[in-house]
Design a protein around this ligand. Structure first.
Ligand code: BF8
Ligand code: SF4
Length: 646
């Protein structure tokens, strides 16, 4: 692979060149030698039963007349592509929600004081969440004078009841998830009318798997409807509960400074990278790596200290809460090891490339797996299982393993001298506080700036990197185009990291990249024009921010009325499809780059791209060219402004 064509990020370009000089193969090389299957890419390869795979290529010149393509059983391209799409939603929702389940379990253990390592940090948020779960926060008691007075309940009692109800959301069979009512009333009523309010998180995922089994649901409209129910169960329950309970246990993010890119690694220190998604693990490694005993131990091995940096969404989690540095986003995971400076890469679940074990074999890096759900075959990795009942102890073992590996470095590390400063940690609570003025947090001032036109609209730009496109390039072009047109950007996941590396997460960048209106707002308030809201489960924060904007008034009654648009320019994971679909079902115009596996099924594509707008007010779209992509978002924002009479 040509490093300069593979990425726009200087650290990545340098390390890719080093990988080639060191004879180490990376994903960038394989992306050139292995091309995707064009039928699979269009979504029309069915391997649902063993009579297939049935492959339905589009006729070369497009479809004239009736589309007669079908699989052995008669499945149309629409059925096949809808089933494949639905299974991506199921897998994505499962990944986020299983993460959330783990958080809920630990939360309950913490509430019951079964573990000393986790506790309650954000009481205010606990009390808010308790209201949503219909857990009373006060009791009536009789005072000495025999009068009934209201008294606050013990917070651990409240937490226990919240934990039980939260965990119950996974196995619920009937009724509705509690958080559905958090949405604007009009949205909740619409979901009820359409019969897509999730009953329970797991149930909707299982139902997708059933309905997409051979010979079950054969109406793509109906399959897409179940996608909505399962995806909403992700966005408004699995992911949202993960975010909330993490905030209660580890603290709700507020603006904090951080640093990003491979230049955060230090040649003379023990470098540990935590890579993956679950803060249950990384939070403990943060504590362990700062332990004076560990530091002293590192010094006995000749190191000057311990640097802990994150990669992928776990990085976002520890960044937004502690300001700890980020080594890079998804496509940089192999390249971090190529520096020769990483003494341990600690992984849990999701977005971990199998190839990091092969790259680690070429250097001294120890890959440490920690989660029983995610093991690696290679004999060169170490497994240290992480258990919440002795979390800190496990974390210390992991840190010690890294320190012990420090003397094994094979050559002088080569760390690119590339890093950027950034301001991050814009939870919906923080946005409210910062934009709301001195006395009382509120979204009204934000709405006022949208109404008076200083801010044209809101863009949510999120999602992965994808080795099929130039690393970070589309992310940055789209975000910059939006800023130029006075669209404020909310970001999470690997897009947030791309923006951080490019210097877009600083208040100073407003003057450089924004149109005059947005620049003025950002400069007055002192915020960056791109607000980093966290990891991918924290896309739930974007749903809540949108809800708060609706509730602040003046911009319609529903999320679908807002001058807003969502985008995932370089998506690759199934989680992105689940996220995309819950945004659509929540009323947001959502556009993806790279490609969508529905293009081989024209009627399904029309349903997703056009007909869903009449049903949900939000719909899917696809645009590979980043400039056109941004234009389409802005056009949608303008359409909504016009509808509001702005
Ligand atoms: O959950 S953005 S590549 S790291 S899937 Fe993965 Fe995609 Fe990055 Fe986080 Ni999200
Ligand atoms: Fe082919 Fe139908 Fe089986 Fe799919 S379910 S592999 S289309 S026979």
């Amino acid at each position: 692979a040509n490093p300069k064509e593979s990425s726009v990020d200087q650290a990545t370009i340098q390390m890719l060149a080093k990988a080639q000089a060191d004879n180490v193969e990376t994903i960038f090389d394989r992306a050139l030698t292995m091309k995707p299957c064009n039928i699979g890419e269009q979504g029309t390869c069915c391997k649902t039963c063993s009579q297939g795979p049935c492959r339905l290529p589009l006729p070369k010149k497009g479809i004239e007349g009736v589309d007669t393509r079908k699989g052995l059983c008669g499945a149309t391209p629409e059925t096949i592509a809808a089933r494949n799409f639905a299974r991506m939603v199921a897998a994505g929702a499962a990944a986020h929600s299983d993460h959330g389940r783990g958080v809920a379990e630990v939360f309950l253990a913490a509430a019951r004081k079964e573990t000393e390592d986790y506790g309650i940090q954000d009481v205010e948020k606990l009390l808010e969440v308790a209201v949503d779960f219909e857990v009373p926060t006060t009791v009536m008691v009789e005072n000495e004078a025999g009068e009934k007075v209201e008294q606050e309940r013990d917070i651990y009692k409240i937490a226990e009841e919240v934990g039980v109800k939260a965990l119950g959301e996974w196995g619920k069979q009937e009724g509705e998830i509690y958080y559905a009512k958090r949405a604007p009333e009009a949205r909740y009523e619409l979901w009820k009318e359409l019969d897509v309010v999730p009953r329970g998180i797991d149930r909707e995922i299982v139902e997708i798997m059933h309905r997409t089994h051979m010979g079950v649901d054969q109406d793509y409209h109906n399959i897409v409807k179940q996608c909505s129910r399962a995806a909403l169960g992700d966005g408004w329950a699995g992911s949202m509960i993960a975010t909330d309970l993490q905030d209660i246990m580890f603290g709700t993010p507020y603006p904090i400074q951080g640093e990003i890119n491979l230049g955060v690694l230090k040649a003379d220190e023990v470098n540990i990278i935590v890579h993956g998604h679950e803060p249950l693990l990384s939070e403990m490694i943060v504590v362990a790596s700062q332990d004076p005993e560990m530091l002293a131990y590192a010094k006995t091995k000749g190191a000057h200290g311990i640097t802990l940096a994150g990669m992928c969404c776990t990085a976002n989690e520890i960044l937004v809460r502690h300001g700890l540095p980020i080594a890079g986003n998804y496509l940089q995971q192999e390249l971090a090891i190529v520096t020769g400076a990483v003494d341990a890469m600690v992984v849990d679940v999701q977005c971990i490339m199998e190839n990091i074990a092969n790259v680690a074999d070429c250097y001294h890096t120890k890959v440490i797996t920690t989660n029983p759900r995610a093991m690696m075959e290679s004999g060169h990795t170490v497994h240290i299982e992480f258990d919440e009942h002795h979390a800190l102890e496990d974390a210390k073992r992991i840190v010690k393993e890294a320190i012990d590996n420090f003397p094994n470095r094979r050559a002088e590390p080569l760390i690119p001298n590339v890093k950027e400063k950034m301001v991050v940690g814009f939870s919906q609570e923080a946005i409210k506080y910062h934009l709301g003025g001195t006395f009382r947090g509120s979204y009204v001032p934000l709405n006022d700036n949208i109404i008076n036109g200083r801010i044209r609209g809101i863009g949510g730009v999120v999602g992965c990197n994808n080795a099929r496109t130039c690393h970070d390039s589309a992310h940055l072009t789209i975000v910059k185009e939006l800023l130029k047109n006075d669209v404020i950007v909310l970001t999470t996941g690997c897009n947030a990291m791309a923006c951080g590396k490019a210097g877009l997460l600083t208040p100073e960048s407003a003057a450089v990249y924004c149109g005059p209106g947005l620049a003025e707002v950002c400069e007055t308030v002192g915020i960056p024009p791109v607000l980093h809201m966290g990891s991918c489960v924290d896309n739930s924060r974007i749903l809540m921010a949108a809800t708060q904007v609706v509730k602040a008034g003046g911009l319609g009654k529903d999320i679908s009325d807002l001058p807003a648009a969502g985008s995932a320019p370089e998506w690759m994971s199934e989680k992105a499809i689940s996220i995309g679909h819950y945004f659509v079902a929540s009323g947001v115009y959502t556009i993806f780059g790279v490609g969508l596996p529905v293009t081989g099924a024209p009627r399904l594509q029309k349903h997703l791209f056009e007909e869903l707008e009449d049903i949900y007010g939000g719909m899917w779209d696809l645009e590979v060219d980043p400039y056109e992509h941004a234009k389409k978002m802005i056009a949608h924002i303008d359409k909504k402004r016009a509808a509001l009479g702005l």
